[in-house]
Ligand binder design. Sequence first.
Ligand code: GTP
Ligand code: MG
Length: 371
Amino acid sequence: MPEKARYIMIGGFLGAGKTTAILRLADFLAAKGQRVGLITNDQSVGLVDTAMLASHGFPVEEITGGCFCCRFHSLTEAADRLAADETPEVFIAEPVGSCTDLRASVTYPLRAMYGDRFEVAPLSVLVDPVRAARVLGIEPGRSFTEKVLYVYSKQLEEADLIVINKTDLLDAGRIDALREALATRYRQAEVLVISARTGQGLESWFERILSSTAASAAAMDLDYEIYAEGEALLGWLNTSVRLSSAQPFDGNSLVQAIGERIHGRLARFGFEVAHLKMVLTPSEEAGDLAVANLVRSDGRLEFSHTLREPLDAGELLLNLRAEGDPDTLREEAAAAVESAAQSLGGVSAMIEHTESFRPAKPQPTYRLAVG
Ligand SMILES: Nc1nc2c(ncn2[C@@H]2O[C@H](COP(=O)(O)OP(=O)(O)OP(=O)(O)O)[C@@H](O)[C@H]2O)c(=O)[nH]1
Ligand SMILES: [Mg+2]
């Protein structure tokens, strides 16, 4: 019988750094000659994460139209498609950042039904330390309302590993205070500290998820009504924009201008941004791209990739998740795109696809209370 493939889920709230960390893990495995298959997930099509991961040359399957938990079979189908030529030794899946109950609705069913195919790794839940310190009340600052925070805390409650990411952002004292608060409140989890950006702590985390398996303790209690209400407080927007210009233009400046405008416009509504992410891919110049993110309302738009060359045509994918009305998100983002394109002089920005909504009530395909 062939060796089982390892199935690794890296969860955590919107903007915690899941996609960035997955890329680091995929690079780490590829450097050791291992085949990896990546699985992304969203409520809707046009996902920035898929474009970003695929641009690094990894095979990626995107599951859209709902979370894995509610589309359980789409997860194994995605794994089958990734295995069409050669089975990856490691699958890495990124659940939707507002999703919880993964242990009962993914880990345990996967183990019960496909235990001969997959070795399921411990569930990692990444946290952004600035966000987490506010949510836990150890630092002041804006956060989400109560039901959104219910989802946030439930994600941590089911973690095998709580992984404090972005430790490059805070000094050691603040990280220690956060680590202690998380370890005290979520006793079932081991708390690790990493920076997906600088690489700090990555190897010991990778070692844990590559060599041990998910716990099989009883799944947590979860009130699906509050979970659904919490998720539905988050407005969701996925937009794709076709860009063209008679003259080459600076794509990085355009992305910056769009991000700043959206940021400013949402501030007027008082919506807390969970994550604004954009990827701009030129029509020519394969491999060149710009990726920019904003992970809280009082944060700053940051680029993780910048375009090397000006472009005259390309596609912008824009994903926005914020606590606020989705129609407002759509209107404000459209106005920001138009005004930013005009500010660059002669850039035409045609919205090709746009979808804004509140996530529907999660209804898991399976729910197993024990593993
Ligand atoms: N400073 C710092 N920033 C990081 C680190 N890891 C990720 N980020 C940044 O955090 C932002 C969000 O990262 P993503 O990897 O897109 O987060 P995500 O959890 O996949 O977000 P969603 O898919 O929307 O849930 C990006 O700007 C990243 O560059 C880190 O270790 N340090
Ligand atoms: Mg992501």
